[in-house]
Design a protein around this ligand. Structure first.
Ligand code: SF4
Length: 381
């Protein structure tokens, strides 16, 4: 089976003509795209079906809220399609499309205005990485890295492997959820993974399953093919209202992933991106859901951290008391913030770190961050 991609709501059999007419202004602002495979997983009798919420527009997306680039990614753009925020990590944004468009996407700007955030020509990125020996890991992303044709992907990975200081290559993808046939039907892709996952090297796939129902038989077979070829798989998901915002759903996702040998890596606070208000959960409520989900998860399933991808770094929410909320920089753009621990007065209405204003205490590292060098093995975000 070769899934087709659908870009018009009038082509979605599960929606009535009236529903697609009402949603027309939303699609005018934020594009719609899904595979017919993914649409077939939706329970169309349930207007609140979580998979429907992942790809089908909601009128609430027109609420004025959020920013186009809430994590200020553009600040860290060093060349067309290249971001360098953390010392050891570079992002190659080499794909301008995804298998489906998540309604809560944090990089909607890529699909709204087609600037130089993404570059299909990765030569500038490769040059930059060659000139920066501190970069020991590269994430190929976009967009979805598996929207890149396998031949082109092979060239990119081949060039990266020729750079001695690049020790880890990661591919960001939601294709196993949106279109597992991309993997099932492409023996060349599996050959590519096998070839570049030998000896002291592995390709990492940073997966994006948001709900356990996305782990269909086809998806599970696709994951097994990647693992069989030597890839390392991890999962990251935002915590999304109406999708995975209850502890049972989240713990089932974390547990099911762990059964498949896919460590849950990050659970993200939904970024305050334009159109995302309806999908966001306040930080403290999100932390409670995450924490409760972990209580119901096995040790292997509870390896995820709950973080905000803030402009200044990955800020982990590590705890709550009646009055205070505790944060720690998991990764910092500036050395002086590395591992900084911060206590703020609680704000149950906060959707982002910037909504906290009353700092109670903070403690930075008392050892020189200069000790962290690219010679240390694989420090990556
Ligand atoms: S897969 Fe990632 S980049 Fe693509 S639409 Fe979803 S959140 Fe955005």
């Amino acid at each position: 089976m070769k899934p087709k991609y659908v870009t018009g709501l009038d082509q979605v059999a599960g929606l009535t003509a009236e529903e697609s007419r009402v949603l027309h202004p939303v699609v005018g602002r934020f594009e719609f795209r899904a595979s017919d495979y993914y649409l077939s997983l939706i329970d169309w009798d349930d207007p609140d079906d979580p998979l429907r919420r992942i790809v089908v527009p909601s009128l609430d997306e027109l609420d004025h809220w959020g920013r186009l680039d809430p994590s200020s990614e553009e600040t860290y753009q060093v060349a067309p399609g290249v971001q360098h925020k953390y010392n050891s990590t570079a992002l190659l944004l080499a794909s301008d499309m995804c298998g489906g468009l998540c309604r809560f996407c944090f990089r909607k700007r890529l699909f709204i205005r087609h600037g130089d955030d993404v570059s299909l020509d990765v030569s500038h990125g490769l040059d930059y990485i060659r000139r920066h020996p501190e970069i020991n890991n590269v994430l190929i992303t976009g967009g979805d890295s598996l929207m890149i044709p396998t031949r082109r992907l092979r060239k990119i990975i081949h060039e990266l492997r020729r750079i001695d200081h690049v020790r880890v290559i990661r591919l960001g993808t939601k294709m196993p959820a949106y279109n597992p046939h991309r993997i099932l039907n492409d023996p060349d892709l599996i050959d590519l993974v096998r070839r570049y996952s030998l000896n002291r090297h592995r390709l990492y796939f940073m997966l994006h399953f948001n709900h356990w129902r996305e782990l269909t038989d086809q998806a599970v077979r696709a994951l097994a093919l990647l693992q069989g070829a030597g890839a390392i798989l991890c999962n990251q998901t935002p915590l999304i209202r109406g999708v995975n915002d209850d502890p049972r759903t989240m713990s089932r996702l974390l547990n099911e992933l762990s059964y498949l040998g896919v460590p849950p890596y990050y659970v993200f606070q939904c970024r305050p991106t334009i159109g995302n208000k309806t999908y966001a959960v306040p930080v403290e409520e999100g932390y409670r859901i995450f924490d409760m989900a972990r209580v119901h998860s096995s040790g292997l399933a509870k390896r995820a951290r709950f973080v905000m991808s803030h402009a200044e770094g990955k800020i982990e929410v590590v705890g709550l008391t009646e009055e205070h909320v505790f944060f720690k920089f998991h990764r910092a753009a500036e050395d002086e913030d590395s591992a900084r621990f911060m206590i703020y007065r609680r704000n149950p209405q906060a959707y982002w770190f910037d909504d906290y204003s009353e700092v109670v205490a903070e403690e930075a590292l008392d050892w020189p961050p200069a000790l962290v060098t690219h010679e240390q093995p694989t420090l990556f975000n």
